[in-house]
Write a protein that binds this ligand. Structure first.
Ligand code: SF4
Length: 190
């Protein structure tokens, strides 16, 4: 049976999805990357960014400030001191925003897994859309990860930023548990 309210609502949802798809298409083809150099794996970024591998062929470029960046690339292990800055950087980025964890240190602490000063799981503090395995990952692996992220954005599958919004209490509790104090919410949300 014809229901004008339901049909109008459905049309709006379809239109929204279409616009989201178009926006995701353009986002995926023009990505600004904030590179947070925390560990030794960062040495693989210069060849990735320069003529040998040339990440600009993917429509990606480096960005100096998190406020205008789309992707946060964390290249290595995190101490309490650096984790705090990573969280501040992530909070300053505009939605939608994406995170790549680079190297085994971001996944499980890597060779520093039992250090008193190392955070072993990046995704306990901010959402990670994609990890690059290895210690240290080669530029080919980084380019492959960028390709994968672009495909994920186009398909609407890179939704870590939404997960962060929906589960903010969980992330914030982990942040406070490890750092004792995080002033992110006070400074950027209130
Ligand atoms: S994963 Fe390996 S290369 Fe990367 S920061 Fe850790 S120890 Fe260094």
């Amino acid at each position: 049976m014809f229901n004008i309210v339901e049909d109008t609502q459905k049309t709006r949802e379809d239109t929204r999805k279409t616009w989201e798809k178009i926006a995701d298409y353009f986002r995926a083809n023009s990505i600004w990357m904030k590179w947070y150099c925390t560990g030794c794996g960062a040495m693989e970024m210069p060849p990735t960014m320069t003529s040998r591998f040339d990440m600009e062929q993917l429509g990606m470029g480096p960005m100096a400030t998190p406020r205008q960046a789309d992707v946060l690339l964390i290249t290595g292990y995190l101490s309490a001191k650096t984790l705090r800055r990573v969280i501040y950087s992530y909070e300053q980025m505009q939605d939608p925003k994406y995170v790549i964890g680079f190297g085994s240190c971001t996944l499980n602490g890597g060779i520093y897994f039992d250090s008193y000063a190392t955070m072993t799981r990046l995704d306990h503090y901010i959402p990670v859309d994609l990890y690059i395995a290895g210690c240290m990952p080669r530029p080919e692996a980084i380019m492959n990860a960028f390709d994968t992220l672009i495909a994920m954005i186009k398909k609407g599958e890179a939704k870590g930023w939404k997960h962060y919004q929906d589960n903010y209490e969980w992330y914030n509790a982990n942040q406070i548990h490890s750092l004792k104090e995080v002033r992110v919410k006070d400074e950027f949300h209130e």
